[in-house]
Design a protein around this ligand. Structure first.
Ligand SMILES: C[S@@+](CC[C@H](N)C(=O)[O-])C[C@H]1O[C@@H](n2cnc3c(N)ncnc32)[C@H](O)[C@@H]1O
Length: 228
């Protein structure tokens, strides 16, 4: 089992190191900016983690509500985004934002929160999104497409008909695929790549980078969106 769940406690530090490993061409965020304009907008970022996109969005938008269920993630985000006065932090599960009805223009989440594990939380989160979103607002998500080196490293590239599986899951909850963006994750060196991915993804992480011999991992990021 992947160790994301432990990011809620002591393993958050390893997660933070993963978030420091940039998509070095910043392809996904650039593609997002071609689709939406954050300038002057009120944004709710759920599952913000320690800062990766929080930091970038805060520089563009009017007001950013940065949410995460983990107090440790939020604490670190506050430290890394220090001085950005337009960020308000919300430590809660994403479905309990505490925000007013129709008060946000954009909701954004990158690999955030519960997804297809069969729990009801996903529906509660979607209901909350619809409640807080303005009538002309929109929701934008980053997810990993199930093909490419990242999926290979995680050991889930063998999903039968990955494109169909992936689209079905998102379409079920009302999203449409905007585009797939090729991206590259670069760790500072091979030892860092092996440590971080080995910790989070188990043996697969280490053996993948042993075989690859360099700290760069290709990925395909899928951008999904829905209106209110
Ligand atoms: C894979 S990390 C992604 C973090 C960040 N968006 C990024 O791209 O670096 C998933 C994040 O979702 C948070 N999370 C998990 N369940 C959540 C929930 N129900 N509500 C809000 N945040 C949640 C975790 O604490 C973690 O910070």
């Amino acid at each position: 089992m992947e160790r994301w769940s432990e990011t809620y406690n002591e393993a958050w530090k390893v997660y933070d190191r993963f978030s420091e490993c940039e998509d070095f061409e910043d392809n996904a965020f650039s593609a997002l900016l071609k689709n939406i304009n954050f300038v002057g907008k009120t944004v709710y970022e759920y599952g913000c983690g320690t800062w990766k996109y929080t930091n970038k969005i805060a520089d563009l938008c009017y007001k950013l509500y940065a949410n995460d269920i983990s107090p440790l993630m939020i604490e670190k985000a506050k430290e890394k985004c220090a001085g950005k006065a337009n960020i308000e932090y919300i430590t809660a599960s994403a479905e309990s934002s505490g925000l007013a009805d129709e008060s946000v223009d954009i909701i954004f989440g990158a690999w955030a929160g519960p997804r297809f594990d069969g729990s009801d939380v996903i529906w509660k989160i979607e209901e909350e999104f619809s409640r807080i979103l303005k009538v002309d607002g929109s929701i934008w998500l980053f997810e990993n497409y199930l093909l490419g080196e990242f999926s290979q490293m995680r050991g889930n590239e063998h999903q039968p008909a990955p494109a169909k599986y992936f689209l079905n899951q998102f379409e079920k909850i009302g999203y449409r695929l905007i585009e797939y963006v090729p991206a590259h994750w670069r760790f500072q060196d091979i030892d860092e790549a092996k440590y971080v991915c080995g910790f989070i993804f188990g043996e697969n992480g280490e053996s993948f980078f042993n075989a690859k011999g360099c700290p760069i991992m290709e990925d395909n990021i899928a951008i999904f969106s829905r209106a209110k």
